[in-house]
Design a protein around this ligand. Structure first.
Ligand code: APR
Length: 243
């Protein structure tokens, strides 16, 4: 038996991008370094001081655009898994970088949004962008200033694509969680949702360390995702990984 004949749901978090040079959120000196979440990642913070929030994301964007920030072997292994999977395949990422799409992944949802786009809170218009944003920016659609923000999901806001995600979770037969600390819901609850279904699924976790949800997984692969994932997918592809 192989996992390739099953519907595969992949959940990724900051850990998959850390070896590409993007810091994770909760590591020491991570993304929140010198920032309180409340000051930069909430709607209230944007209302109080939009340019503090804009600057935080402008700095993130500069990092994401550095030429050395490229997809690593973990991202690439998932492209291969999508290519060889014979049933339905979906990647849901909590990351706002675009390393999965740069690697070549196709069926992908950014549940926490993406730093590739801006969004107008007045008219809902979104645009791709590649420049520094500040609060004087005028929406090209409704012409209102001060309403345009990064298209990322802040604390206290509803994640994106939930309907599509839960629809896929319903039929998920293999759930693979990669590089996430399982601290932020609803993503951290996907495994509980799958476990609450009648049909049994296979649950694999790839992480550097144990997480608060590790005990729930069928198997945990400890180590760098850029190594453990390609090794696993090679075994799967050669039919040497038995389930
Ligand atoms: N390979 C595998 N796992 C790794 C690697 C690696 N190379 N490097 C780090 N990790 C693991 C860490 O052990 C940790 O469990 O990745 C996890 C990263 O956890 P977080 O920093 O909490 O990131 P994430 O789970 O993606 O955060 C979820 O929280 O702040 C919000 O919106 C933000 O999307 C983010 C969400």
């Amino acid at each position: 038996m192989t996992i390739l004949n099953k519907n595969i749901f992949i959940l990724t978090g900051a850990g998959i991008s850390s070896e590409s040079g993007i810091k994770t959120f909760r590591e020491k000196d991570g993304l929140w370094d010198n920032h309180r979440i409340e000051d930069v990642c909430t709607p209230e913070a944007f209302q109080k001081d939009p340019d503090k929030v804009n600057n935080f994301y402008n700095e993130r964007k500069v990092v994401f655009n550095r030429p050395e920030i490229k997809p690593n072997n973990g991202h690439k292994a998932l492209v291969e898994l999508e290519r060889i999977c014979k049933k339905d395949f979906l990647i849901v990422t909590q990351n706002i970088d675009s390393l999965h799409e740069k690697a070549g992944s196709k069926n992908l949802l950014h549940m926490h949004g993406s730093l590739e786009r801006l969004y107008c809170m007045n008219c809902g218009h979104t645009i791709a962008y590649d420049f520094e944003i500040d609060s004087s920016f005028i929406c090209s659609n409704c012409k209102k200033p001060g309403k345009v923000r990064v298209d990322v999901v802040w604390f206290g806001e509803q994640p994106k694509h939930l309907e599509q995600i839960y629809k896929f979770l319903e039929k998920t037969e293999v759930f693979i969680s990669i590089g996430t600390s399982n601290n932020v819901y609803p993503a951290a609850g996907f495994i509980d949702y799958i476990l609450s279904k009648k049909e049994k699924a296979l649950l694999y976790e790839f992480n550097l360390e144990k997480t608060i949800k590790s005990v729930l997984f069928t198997r945990s692969f400890k180590g760098y995702a850029s190594e453990t994932l390609p090794n696993f997918i090679k075994l799967v592809s050669n039919r040497k990984y038995k389930i």
